[in-house]
Design a binder for this molecule. Structure first.
Ligand SMILES: C[S@@+](CC[C@H](N)C(=O)[O-])C[C@H]1O[C@@H](n2cnc3c(N)ncnc32)[C@H](O)[C@@H]1O
Length: 242
């Protein structure tokens, strides 16, 4: 496994020289610049491709997907992705905790992707539900953690910074949620924690979900149904632009 990552790392070192260069001094009509909308109605995979065309100042590959699961977001992609998941049942290339990233070399990836569980077993019902298991949301999420999973972010961010090359991108998919009639704002936590970890947070893209998540338990809840998540774009640098 370690060898796989090292091999990819060596390959990547030669690729950096072929990184996309921004065209300079072109008249407006001849620029290749195509803006990216801050609201995205397509799939995660399509958005990632758009992000890879728009933001990178170095080669975005190899990519470390640090919460791979079944790799739905890479369906149909030809990107060079190294998969990591804490659950060996998903058969990732690296079985490991993204808060430790044991054996992953420093400065070896052009991009780290992070799509953590957004909720875990809560309240009196500590049973493992199928949805939770399928999405890896089986980690502690109780009163000690203010009923949310933001406490997972700082150790992950430290490792993401370590394994990213200078100027590399960290792309995080974060979903807000409501617990016990109170809104939790993990996307705000993530932005603050990423800045604290030394990243520059460059963008926040709203990604629309087809239908809102609903439950019969929410009949009396007075909050808008969350029909979106956020993709947060961070750069391992002290500026968003080169
Ligand atoms: C929401 S799913 C990711 C879905 C994935 N992006 C896809 O497209 O299929 C979250 C995944 O993160 C994994 N996970 C949770 N905590 C982790 C940790 N500390 N380190 C590595 N993986 C973790 C879970 O096992 C789960 O497979």
């Amino acid at each position: 496994m370690k060898q796989t990552v090292l091999a990819l790392t060596e390959m990547a070192a030669t690729d950096v020289t072929s990184a996309r260069k921004k065209p300079k001094h072109l008249p407006a009509s001849k620029t290749t610049y195509a803006p990216l909308s801050s609201v995205w109605e397509g799939t995660d995979g399509e958005l990632l491709e758009a992000i890879f065309r728009f933001y990178p100042t170095i080669d975005p590959e190899p990519i470390l997907d640090s919460t791979y699961n079944t790799g739905r977001i890479w369906k149909g992609s030809s990107r060079q992705v190294v998969s990591m998941d804490i659950d060996r049942g998903y058969k990732p290339m690296i079985v490991g905790d993204n808060r430790k990233m044991a054996g992953v070399p420093n400065a070896s990836f052009g991009t780290v992707v992070y799509d953590p569980p957004h909720v875990g077993p809560q309240g009196r019902d500590k049973s493992r539900k199928k949805f939770d298991v399928d999405f890896g949301a089986t980690v502690e999420c109780g009163k000690d953690h203010n009923w949310n999973l933001s406490y997972l972010y700082p150790p992950f961010l430290k490792q993401a910074k370590r394994v990213l090359k200078p100027e590399g991108l960290l792309l995080a998919k974060i979903t807000d949620m409501v617990n016990n009639h109170r809104s939790k704002w993990p996307h705000c936590d993530f932005i603050r924690m990423a800045e604290d970890a030394g990243f520059t947070v460059c963008d926040l893209i709203v990604k629309i979900r087809n239908g809102p998540m609903v439950s019969s338990k929410w009949e009396t809840a007075h909050h808008a149904r969350k029909r979106h998540c956020f993709w947060i774009v961070c750069r391992n640098n002290d500026s968003c632009e080169r």
